[in-house]
Design a protein around this ligand. Sequence first.
Ligand code: UDX
Length: 436
Amino acid sequence: MIGCGYLGAVHAASMADIGHRVYGLDVDAARIATLGRGLAPFHEPDFDELLHQNIQNGQLTFTTAYEDLDDVDVHFLALGTPQRDDGLGADLSYIHSALDSLTPLLKARNGRTTLVVGKSTVPVGTARGIAERLEEIPGVKLVWNPEFLREGFAVKDTLRPDRLVYGVSDVADETAEVHMLDAVYRPLLDLEIPRRVYNFESAELVKVSANSFLATKISFINAISELCDITGADVNDVAEAIGMDDRIGRKFLRAGIGFGGGCLPKDLRGLISRAGELGAVDSFAFLRDIDAINTGRRDYVVRLARRLLDGEFDGQRIAVLGAAFKPDTDDVRDSPALDIALTLYSEGARVKVTDPVALDNVRKRYPALHAEDSVENTVRNADLVLLLTEWSEYKQLDPAVMKELVSEAKIIDGRNVLDLEQWRAAGWHVEALGRS
Ligand code: UDX
């Protein structure tokens, strides 16, 4: 497994768990040392146990040295493809430098069949370019096998995915590369998990299309939510009833402060960029709006907060519940919650942030923000409370107890999870997005 970030580390432990001998490689020596000691570098349910067990039983080893991979039959590429600094497209430099290090090992196998499996999310057209690069090495085959795991469900999504997609150079039934990857995934295939073989380009597009479609659903309901605020409709009711149409479905229609994380925003922008390069600018203009609606939600909450504080942030005490981009993860990449907290702070408010698991990352990346371990200390004497990540413990907060702690009983429910009647009955002024 080349690249032991979120995807690679979970995939490495999962492949070890289904019986393979796995080497996890990363150039980040500190991360490899942590993983090698059986410690998870991020919060992910079920991962710690999987990691620990498979290191203990000798199935899983971590390394920074490519030479340790010289006898490997299947190389997974799980390198990050972050948004480029200079534009919306994906930065593929980590993949290319991994291939630079891997190529001499592949050549040294003297024609023995070796499979390279790309798992990273890449712009359509990338895999064919890599296949051309590998073509000159006898015995090497490439499959592009996108990963659809969600943070918070990463182990489950890896071992019980909805589908396995193989992107290949030429779609044919019985190729060596399909057989080899089937052998890797045999325990999953035995569970009748659907497996589809497509050409490289389709496999690449499946991944970015899926994430862009999910992003579109979220921004759509968030746009409707603004109309709900203007007219007095309730966005949760609208989402519930349209979701009963199974052509639409209820999932990903939760209105609120919008999407964040390491994937949806990046993949959406990557698709806009790639479509532009390929000459389909106009047809993808709507995705720019999807992105703008999403980031606009953050401004919307800041404006709402300003209104609740009578137009003045200076010196006001604001409590922010939630820092992770969604519950059950400590990932704060492009977190809408933190983005809002940082804006309020930069506008002069005295902001305290809490989160059940993401505070270490907050302290590391945003030392200026005041991070508090307990909800009580966060909300004590606050003039305004913002619920921005829907952790289950925040959904269950007792409004009567909370009211005793704050200075002003005002709350913005940025995720539409509170029982409005219960909170209002306890004396709170509650603003929920799209449920005014
Ligand atoms: C996503 C895809 O779901 C996954 O298939 C892919 O492999 C990686 O990207 P992830 O980034 O873990 O997974 O998060 P996801 O659960 O999709 O949530 C993304 C964001 O959308 C979060 O910020 C979440 O709070 C937000 N969201 C989700 C909403 O605002 N409303 C919803 O209805 C659903």
